[in-house]
Design a protein around this ligand. Structure first.
Ligand SMILES: [Zn+2]
Length: 217
C-alpha cells in the first residue's frame, strides 16, 4: 500500500511575474516550497513517526537551494539526481546561467546519477521523469498509488497551474524550448492520462491540498 503525504518545507516571497513571465512586474507573492513523502513498503519518505535516518531514498527534482538545501540531514539516504543536473552543479560556470550553491548539495552523500526515466522500486509505482529545462537536469516524480490514482509532482518544471494552463514559462529557467517540451509532456499526463498534477510553488493549490499527517491519497 502506497501513501503520499504533502509537506510544506518553507515559503518564498517573490514577484509573481518571475513565475509567470507575461504578467506585469510588481505583484509580490508568497509561495510554498512543497515536498512529497512517499510511503512505499520497500522504502519510506516520511516524517510521520520517523526520523531522517529512516528515509531511504530522496529524489531531488533539481539542485536549487529550496529543493536540496536539507539533503545533509538525510545521511543514510540514497539521492536520485539526473546526471546532467549533478554534473552541471559540480562544475560551476560550465553550464551558463546555472550555478547552484555547493553549500546546499555538496556533502558526502550517496548521490546516484540517473539518465532519464527511472523506476525506483521496479514495480512502476514510483517513477522519476526527466523534465529538463528549468535546469539542465530537472526531474519530476510520478506515483501510481492504485489503479486509477496517478500523481505527478511536477516540481519546478511547472511552478503553478497558470503556467500549464496558459503555456507561459517563468523567468527563472535554463533552456526555454526544452522547458516548454517538458511542460507539454506534463500537460499530457494531466489532461490525457488523468494524472493529478502537483505544481512546484502554487499557493492556490497548496491551500486546497491535504497536509501531513493527513495523506493526499
Ligand atoms: Zn528551481
Amino acid at each position: 500500500m502506497i501513501r503520499v503525504y504533502a509537506l510544506c518545507t518553507g515559503y518564498i516571497e517573490l514577484d509573481r511575474a518571475s513565475m509567470v513571465s507575461d504578467l506585469t512586474p510588481g505583484q509580490p507573492w508568497t509561495v510554498p516550497v512543497t515536498s512529497f513523502l512517499v510511503d512505499h513498503p520497500r522504502g519510506r519518505l516520511a516524517r510521520l513517526g520517523l526520523t531522517p535516518v529512516d528515509v531511504r531514498y530522496v529524489a531531488n527534482s533539481h539542485l536549487h537551494f529550496d529543493h536540496c538545501g536539507g539533503n545533509e540531514f538525510f545521511p543514510r539516504a540514497t539521492f536520485f539526481v539526473q546526471r546532467p543536473e549533478l554534473e552541471a552543479a559540480r562544475r560551476p560556470g560550465f553550464v551558463p546561467s546555472y550555478s547552484p550553491s555547493p553549500i546546499d548539495f555538496d556533502h558526502p552523500l550517496d548521490y546516484r546519477m540517473i539518465d532519464g526515466e527511472h523506476d525506483v522500486f521496479g514495480d512502476g509505482s514510483v517513477v522519476l521523469l526527466p523534465t529538463y529545462g528549468h535546469t539542465p537536469g530537472h526531474q519530476s516524480l510520478l506515483i501510481r498509488a492504485g489503479k486509477n490514482a496517478q500523481i505527478v509532482c511536477a516540481s519546478d518544471a511547472c511552478y503553478t497551474r497558470e503556467n500549464m494552463d496558459r503555456d507561459v514559462l517563468p523567468k527563472v529557467l535554463w533552456n526555454p524550448s526544452v522547458m516548454r517540451d517538458s511542460l507539454a509532456a506534463l500537460r499530457k499526463l494531466r489532461d490525457q492520462a488523468g494524472a493529478t498534477m502537483f505544481y512546484g510553488h502554487d499557493p492556490v493549490q497548496w491551500e486546497a491540498t491535504p497536509r501531513a499527517p493527513a495523506p493526499v491519497i
